[in-house]
Design a protein around this ligand. Structure first.
Ligand code: SF4
Length: 321
C-alpha cells in the first residue's frame, strides 16, 4: 500500500480570549493510503472538521506535520502550494453557501480550470460539460445559477468543481449533513463511483455512522481533539473496543432487527466537555463508567491492540468486547 497522506502528532489550537486555549485537534496521527477512503467520525466539537481543514492547509497547524506524497505541506512555497491545491481539494458541508450565487454553474466549475490554466476555449467548454455529465447533471444546467438547484444538485456542482482540476485527494467535510436523508445515499454512491473511475483518495468526515461505514475502508473515531480508536471499517463497527466507540456504535439503528444480532444500546451519558483548557488524563474520563484514578491524570496513547486496530484506553484489555 502506498501512503498519500501522513499526519504526525497534528495539533490545532485556537486562542479564546486572553488566556484560554481551545485544543480542537491535540496530537492526532494517521495515514491515508492511495485509493482508499478514511472515515473520521465523532460528535460535533470533537475536532474532525478542524482536522480536515488543517490537513488541507486551510488552517496553519499549531504543531505536528502533514505529509502529502512525502512532502510536509506546511513548508511549501507559493508555487508548491498552488500545485498542492491542484492535487488536493475539499468539498464543503453546506452546498447552499459554498457556491457563489452570482456565478453560473459553468463559471463555478471553470474557475479552478482557469486558475490552474488547464484548458481554454472549446476544450474548457467540453471539459465542463463532461464534468456535469460525470456528476449526473445535464448540459442545460451549465448556464443556470446555484439557487435554481436542490441541495443534492448543488452538492453535485460542488463535487464537479472539485473534480475539475483532476485532484488525487479530496477532503469531504460533512458533504451530506445538510441534505435530505433520501438524497444522502445518492451523493455517497456518486462519490464511491467517482473514486473508482478516477482512483481518488478520500478523507470522509461525517457524523452519520452508517454512511461512514458504507464508504470507508478504515475509520478513525475522534473525541475532544484526540483519536480514540482507529481500525478497518468492518472491525470498528463489529467489534469496537474503546468505551466511547462502543456507545457510539450501539446507537446505530439496526435496519432489520430479525436478521442481525440485536445489540444492546449503551447510553452515552453527560455532555461532551469543553475543549477549552481540557483537563489532563483521558478526555473521556468524565463520561466513562470504567474510569479509574489513573485515567484522570495519565493520557492514554493509541496502542495497536490487534493488527491494524488501535485504541487509546488504559483499560481496554480488562473491558473486553
Ligand atoms: Fe475510560 Fe479510562 Fe479507558 Fe479513558 S482510559 S476510556 S476513562 S477506562
Amino acid at each position: 500500500k502506498q501512503t498519500l497522506i501522513e499526519v504526525r502528532d497534528l495539533k490545532k489550537y485556537f486562542k479564546v480570549g486572553k488566556k484560554q486555549i481551545l485544543k480542537a485537534v491535540d496530537g492526532v496521527n494517521f495515514k491515508i493510503y492511495k485509493g482508499e477512503t478514511l472515515g473520521l467520525v465523532g460528535e460535533s466539537g470533537c475536532g474532525k472538521t478542524t482536522c480536515g481543514k488543517t490537513v488541507m492547509g486551510l488552517y496553519p497547524a499549531t504543531g505536528g506535520q502533514v505529509f502529502f506524497d512525502g512532502v510536509d505541506i506546511h513548508g511549501l512555497n507559493k508555487k508548491e502550494k498552488k500545485e498542492f491545491t491542484r492535487r488536493a481539494q475539499i468539498i464543503f458541508q453546506d452546498p447552499y453557501s459554498s457556491l457563489n450565487p452570482r456565478m453560473t454553474v459553468a463559471d463555478i466549475i471553470g474557475e479552478g480550470i482557469d486558475i490552474h490554466g488547464l484548458y481554454k476555449g472549446e476544450e474548457r467548454k467540453e471539459k465542463i460539460l463532461e464534468l456535469l455529465d460525470l456528476v449526473g447533471l445535464n448540459k442545460e444546467h451549465s448556464l443556470r445559477f446555484p439557487h435554481e438547484f436542490s441541495g443534492g444538485q448543488r452538492q453535485r456542482i460542488g463535487i464537479a468543481r472539485a473534480l475539475a482540476i483532476e485532484p488525487e485527494f479530496i477532503v469531504c467535510d460533512e458533504p451530506i449533513s445538510a441534505l435530505d436523508v433520501s438524497i444522502q445515499a445518492q451523493v455517497v454512491n456518486l462519490l464511491i463511483e467517482l473514486q473508482e473511475k478516477k482512483n481518488l483518495t478520500y478523507l470522509f468526515i461525517a457524523h452519520d455512522l452508517s454512511m461512514v461505514k458504507h464508504i470507508s475502508d478504515r475509520v478513525g473515531v475522534m473525541y475532544l481533539g484526540n483519536m480514540v480508536e482507529f481500525a478497518t471499517s468492518d472491525v470498528l463497527y463489529d467489534r469496537p473496543l474503546h468505551p466511547y466507540t462502543k456507545a457510539l456504535m450501539s446507537s446505530i439503528p439496526i435496519p432489520d432487527p430479525k436478521e442481525e444480532k440485536q445489540k444492546r444500546r449503551i447510553p452515552l451519558e453527560g455532555e461532551i466537555p469543553s475543549p477549552i483548557n481540557p483537563k489532563p488524563g483521558c478526555r473521556f474520563a468524565a463520561r466513562c463508567k470504567y474510569a479509574t484514578e489513573a485515567c484522570t491524570h495519565e493520557t492514554p496513547g493509541l496502542r495497536e491492540v490487534e493488527p491494524e486496530h488501535f485504541v487509546a484506553c488504559h483499560r481496554v484489555e480488562e473491558i473486553g468486547e
